[in-house]
Write a protein that binds this ligand. Structure first.
Ligand code: GDP
Ligand code: IMO
Ligand code: MG
Length: 420
């Protein structure tokens, strides 16, 4: 079978967790392929609200195997907390969760390095989630990293200490106070928890299962505009968030990719620093934040809000080979006077209709205004019950983007999902 991929087309928090949970019953395996606990994927069902950070969003369904792939970075402390809170919900997690031997470990000193690096940047800070993501991927590409497969080796502690030694040398270059010991005990407890799980050669497992006819949904984290190569660099994360990342992050060949589900909010948000052409710093932005409850699932920070950005969406669709679109948070737009969509950017180099190399050249977005609707969508369950203005909005997007909008989400709950 081919591998379907679901990934974010904006700056993250598009509702990936919710929709992966909804789609999970169609698949045998759900796999995360990049990122780490910088992700916060929110699921709501049966009066439960749960935020996942490292564990794939298929974990609450009955039979699916959930794989943390080689491209993911794992913090044993966060992982341990996640396991504890999932166990409270009576999920047989040991049976369902498999972890790649090649996934890299986030050390306490990676988190400290992240904080020291951000503090030293001052106003130009990335706005990182401070989960140690950047330093861990730096050690991966720098060929210094520790991997999950190392935890059972006799000299694991020595490997750990030698990497920490390198980090201490790096930290001495910053004027940054830290306390490593306060994290270390919890970290080693998390390592023991990791040992309780199926630690596997995930690339072999996945390819064998695909050859047997099993189906797999790859779950992206972050979003295309945070991709290390194609995002709004340097205000990005440190992994390949695009579809190609699913190949390297799981060990699947490009010709095994099937559908690519591109998910986007009916408007746009960004958390952390960096350019955001359609950002609204006025009462409309405030209204989007309030109605959309736009506060980070990992850090609680208020998300910056603005209108939908078509040049950015087109760019993301191109990079990922999106075959179907999923639009979330349509309900949040109910009650606005009008809806605006950015079609072009007015830049220091003239009007352009594409996502430029340097977003700071954008002076202001060129908008098209569309009629809004007042109907509350949260109880709507059929697309035939959509107000005419919402249908018009979707048709407009489908024409502009040339890809069908197959799913519309009208609330955070599993049931609030409409397949068209
Ligand atoms: P992810 O990181 O892409 O999984 O998204 P997050 O969980 O960080 O952020 C999405 C937020 O929107 C979460 O609080 C979800 O519960 C919520 N959400 C998802 N879909 C919808 C929707 O269609 N409408 C509303 N109002 N909230 C939604
Ligand atoms: P999910 O999977 C939104 C942002 C951070 C910061 C930048 C770099 O929930 O969509 P990092 O911690 O990776 O060094 O931060 O990326 N960021 C996210 N924004 N959703 C996320 O994940 C994010 N993960 C990282 O805010 O701007
Ligand atoms: Mg999130």
């Amino acid at each position: 079978m081919k591998v379907d991929v679901l990934l974010g087309l904006q700056w993250g928090d598009e509702g990936k967790g919710k929709v992966v949970d909804v789609l999970t019953p169609k698949y045998d395996i759900i796999a995360r392929f990049q990122g780490g606990p910088n992700a916060g994927h929110t699921l709501e069902f049966n009066n439960i609200k749960h935020v996942l950070h490292t564990i794939p969003s298929g974990i609450f369904r009955q039979d699916q195997v959930n794989v943390i792939g080689n491209g993911v970075v794992i913090d044993p402390i966060v992982f341990n907390e996640e396991i504890r809170s999932i166990k409270k919900l009576a999920v047989d997690i040991h049976k369902k969760l498999y972890i790649s031997k090649k996934a890299h470990l986030i050390l306490p000193s990676h988190r400290i390095l992240d904080a020291a690096s951000e503090a030293s940047k001052g106003k130009t800070k990335i706005g990182s989630t401070l989960k140690g993501i950047g330093p861990t991927y730096m050690d991966k590409t720098g060929r210094n990293g520790l991997r999950v497969g190392d935890i059972t080796s006799g000299n694991f502690k020595d490997k750990y200490l030698s990497l920490v030694e390198k980090h201490k040398q790096l930290l001495s270059m910053y004027n940054f106070e830290y306390n490593l010991i306060e994290y270390e005990q919890g970290w080693f407890e998390g390592i023991e928890t990791l040992k309780e799980f199926h630690i596997i050669d995930s690339e072999h497992f996945i390819n064998n299962e695909l050859n047997k006819g099993k189906s797999l949904l790859a779950e992206g984290a972050q979003g295309t505009l945070l991709d290390i190569d194609f995002g709004s660099y340097p205000y990005v994360t440190s992994s390949s968030t695009i579809c190609a990342g699913a190949c390297t992050g799981l060990g699947i060949a490009p010709n095994k990719i099937g559908d690519v589900f591109g998910i986007f909010k009916a408007y746009c948000t960004r958390v952390g620093s960096g350019p955001f052409p359609t950002e609204l710093l006025d009462s409309t932005g405030e209204e989007l934040r309030r109605k959309g409850n736009e506060f980070g699932a990992t850090t609680g920070r208020p998300r910056r809000c603005g209108w939908l950005d078509l040049p950015a969406l087109k760019y993301s669709i191109m990079l990922n080979g999106v075959t179907a679109l999923i639009m979330t948070k349509a309900d949040v737009l109910s009650g606005f006077k009008a809806i605006k969509v950015c079609k072009k950017y007015n830049t220091t180099e003239g009007i352009i209709d594409y996502f430029p190399h340097d977003l700071s050249i954008v002076q202001y977005p060129v908008y098209e205004e569309l009629p809004a609707w007042s109907t509350d969508l949260t109880e709507v369950r059929k697309s035939s019950d959509f107000p005419a203005e919402l249908r018009n909005y979707i048709n407009f997007l489908e024409e502009e983007l040339n890809i069908p909008v197959k799913i519309v989400s009208v609330g955070p709950n599993r049931d609030q999902t409409i397949v068209r």
